[in-house]
Design a protein around this ligand. Sequence first.
Ligand code: CTP
Length: 400
Amino acid sequence: MDILKGKRIVIGITGSIAAYKIPYLIRMFIREGAEVRIIMTPAATELVTPLTLSTLSKNPVTVELFHRETGEWSNHVELGAWADIMLFAPVTANTLGKMAHGIADNYLTTSYLSAKCPVFIAPAMDLDMYLHPSTQENLRILKNYGNRIIEPQTGELASGLSGPGRLEEPENIFSVIRNFFIKKESLKGKKLLITAGPTYEPIDPVRFLGNRSSGRMGFAIAEEAACRGADVCLISGPSDLQTCNPGITRINISTADEMLKSCIKEFPESDIVIMSAAVADYKIEKPEGRKIKKTSGNLKLELVPTPDILATLGKKKEKGQILVGFALETNDGIANARKKLSEKNLDLIVLNSLSDPGAGFGTLTNKVTLIPAKGKISEGELKSKREVASDILDFIEKIR
Ligand code: CTP
């Protein structure tokens, strides 16, 4: 398969001794037909020469942002716009820190900041530097920004010590990238309907009933699905989040009734539907036309149920369509989620953990259990929402 043929890969190399492994990696990419452009930090040029890398990559290597002799500068936005992916390997603790905190003091770090494509980061350093809380915190920040970390291996290090921090072997880095491009096509031609965020149910013209959902989980699924080639319709309740992938069409709604209307319209054309929205279960039947005035007495609000969108779609589901719901439970999680799965005629239910501090509403990370209608339950780890989104889509692709 010509998976890598014509793929545009930018490799950023920093000053870790493991830089000596990168020429081998470049050869593997070139052999598979990829186009490779190399960026280096000045420190990296002490370890492997730009001449070696430009010969192997068949392209000039960029190190400096400014060229004193000619008065020119290298356009750092250019490679960011050109690349299908950027791979930073090896990345030192120093550059990791700069990337995590937006410091752009050389061509490599400015290119990272202007990347529009998926970014892979493969750290390499001595074990004490790797295990230092600041490095671990920087890795966490970078993951939460949606970067994909290629974790270092445990083994012999250049210092003579042994432990975590050893750059992942070039063959394995190569397969991570190759698998990424295989996956990229995996939802091509499929229409996905994804709901996200809260709904706001009006009480009067200025007040509403809502919840703390940020929409991050649903937006992460939409981004990941679009990256896999799907045509995504994202129906979102009020959320500050933005979508940047051209494969996503966003429909903004506010109430459960509006969400139902849009879902019913889009549903017949959809192959896979993922309801991650935190839809209000109740609404005020007739919101006041005017702002409710304060009185000295109590105020009673009578609430009526909203339509259950997922259950409505479950009744309309045709053969071949996949319907996925979310569940948030405080007790008997798996049993309650299973009950929802069968009552709403779902193919998969994603059970959110409430017991982990980093999971659930408003966080950048999440931890979920995937419960299919048929087959084995899969319990996930605490991960960035983007990684959880990827796990959910991998699971759906398997049951499809
Ligand atoms: N859901 C929906 N329409 C509603 C309420 C929920 O489509 N009016 C969807 C959610 O998007 C989610 C799933 O149903 O995918 C489960 O939501 P949850 O609130 O956990 O369950 P409910 O069925 O509302 O039950 P309960 O609140 O009693 O647990």
